[in-house]
Design a protein around this ligand. Structure first.
Ligand code: ADP
Ligand code: MG
Length: 507
């Protein structure tokens, strides 16, 4: 089925998220919709899927104008969507979840029975080699398998147009390859696939056609032969260098030493960190790689004191951190960029200026004799906003009004403004556009070159490779291995799935 979107416009209040977007997707092709975070990709697809009412424009399927008042309409017309956040019910089986989709569409009177759903799952799973058991509980499946269930669900409705919204964000490199293979099979069977992503590598690997959107408008189309630099500069509207220049590390004394660190989650009694030992020296970047949820977050939090240590030792510059408060740890020279910036990174109800001095407000030059000096705070804020290219109307705007990427820049600006011994940055560029990623990476390398010990936690392998001097791979709360950044992607992917790599410790 041929999909055509004509001049789709969608506004949220005064904000135009989609501005007269045109898009044509031919059957049997993979059309990549590429754009930085917040460009309007999900919004466009939500319009197509009947989740949002467009303010203008039309949707045509095989040349015929269609109006969808809800996802049910869209699905009935042959459109399937796998959302950025899966919508499965964890305590239901695969077949039950697939059935659930039909129920919503057809109403209780025409429920598919469970046997039919099971048979359907088996048929689709066999056809594409998905290896999904219809009777498995969704909560027992890997993230990759859950995603295949979402695809099965869409295909069980005979989707002729399949939308995949950032499908690889949660996958290991191997799972990503498997998914791209599946996408290729779907294309070959005649499906029109819309693949939404900001990952240039994937676009190059699978796309037949590429549409780039920036700030709600189509800025152009590109051939799959386009280079990453070309695609990136279309995405951000200026030249972008994709490789960060970085001299080999010149590590000094150990700054952070961790031995046999174990953390048991008090709520669940699960061992989230299992006897982790590592050291980070001055002037080096240790990247902690792994699929999200394998203890990386807990490791970062335990060092700062946000997670309670069950056993083991952590010391900074030779001093044990046990028994210190978070404030004392920050004062001792730890910079911390949390994974969840809206939860832990910024105070949304404070101005940008005040967020930038969150842990410095009672010091000179921001405070003098106990009173805050507003002009010193404002000057500092204006300087940092400029330096970190925080997109805002004013440094006095509320931080909550910023987009996620810009909030992240505020956190980074604040943490990097202090004199650090250790920088811990979790997912430092999540939600940032490629241009900002380049900038943040440069700043992190500058910290390293000043002699700061740096730990980066990242589930993006590209980021790990761009920054790491050494890589610690985590799986199920343990360090699988610590390897050099020369380790290839396949080996990394296997380690991220728990397989041991080369046992030699990287120099
Ligand atoms: P993408 O998927 O390309 O990352 P989105 O389509 O999710 O981007 O968002 C595009 C822009 O629209 C963003 O600035 C976002 O903040 C805004 N936006 C998205 N959904 C809503 C909504 N329901 N209400 C208000 N603004 C929204
Ligand atoms: Mg999106």
């Amino acid at each position: 089925m041929r999909l055509e979107l004509r001049e789709i416009t969608k506004r949220f209040g005064d904000f135009t998220a989609n501005d007269a977007i045109d898009l044509v997707v031919e059957p049997g092709t993979v059309h990549a919709l590429l754009g930085e975070n917040g460009a309007g990709k999900s919004t466009l697809m939500n319009v197509l899927f009947g989740l949002y009412d467009a303010d203008g424009g039309e949707i045509l399927l095989d040349g015929e104008r269609r109006v969808f008042t809800g996802p049910g309409d869209a699905m009935a017309a042959g459109i399937g969507m796998v959302h950025q956040h899966f919508m499965l019910v964890p305590v239901f089986t695969v077949a039950e979840n697939v059935m659930l989709g039909h129920e919503q569409v057809r109403g209780p009177a025409k429920l598919l029975d469970l046997d039919a759903a099971r048979a359907k799952v088996t048929e689709i799973s066999d056809r594409f080699g998905f290896h999904v058991d219809p009777d498995a509980l969704v909560e027992d499946l890997s993230v990759g398998a859950q995603q295949r269930v979402e695809i099965i669900k869409a295909l069980s409705r005979d989707a002729k147009v399949l939308i995949l919204d950032e499908p690889t964000a949660v996958l290991t490199p191997q799972e990503t390859d498997e998914l791209l293979e599946i996408v290729g099979q779907l294309r070959d069977s005649g499906t029109a696939v819309v693949l939404i992503t900001h990952k240039l590598r994937e676009v190059q690997a699978i796309a037949d056609t590429i549409t780039v959107i920036r700030r709600g408008t189509v800025v152009g189309t590109a051939e799959p032969t386009a280079t990453q630099e070309e695609l990136a500069s279309m995405m951000v509207g200026r030249d972008v260098s994709m490789t960060v220049d970085k001299d080999p590390a010149d590590p000094g004394e150990p700054m952070l030493e961790i031995s046999n660190l174990t953390v048991i989650d008090p709520a669940t009694q699960l061992t989230v960190l299992d006897s982790v030992s590592l050291e980070v020296r001055r002037g080096e970047i240790l990247a902690v790689a792994g699929v999200q949820g394998n203890g990386q977050t807990e490791l970062a939090e335990a060092i700062l004191g946000l997670a309670e240590i069950t056993s083991g030792d952590v010391s900074l510059d030779g001093e044990p951190l046990a028994g210190r408060s978070i404030r004392e740890n920050l004062d001792a020279g730890i910079g911390f960029v949390p994974e969840d910036r809206t939860e832990d990174g910024v105070v949304a109800a404070f101005t940008i200026a005040n967020n930038l001095i969150l842990d410095l407000y009672d010091r000179e030059p921001y405070s003098k004799r106990g009173a805050i000096d507003p002009s010193a705070v404002a000057d500092h804020a204006d300087e940092q906003v400029e330096r970190f290219d925080v997109r805002t109307t004013s440094s006095q705007a509320l931080t909550g009004s910023l987009s996620g990427g810009n909030q992240q820049k505020v956190v980074l600006a604040r943490e990097l403004a202090r004199d650090l011994k250790l920088l811990i940055a979790s997912q430092p560029t999540r939600g940032l556009d490629v241009g900002s990623i380049e900038f943040v990476h440069k700043r992190i390398i500058e910290e390293r070159d000043k002699g700061v010990a740096v730990i980066i936690v990242s589930s993006e392998l590209d980021e790990v490779y761009a920054l790491a001097d050494r890589i610690a791979v985590m799986y199920h709360g343990r360090i699988v291995d610590i390897v050099s950044p020369d380790t290839d992607r396949d080996t990394m992917g296997l380690m991220m799935a728990g397989a041991h790599g080369d046992q030699e410790e990287a120099a």
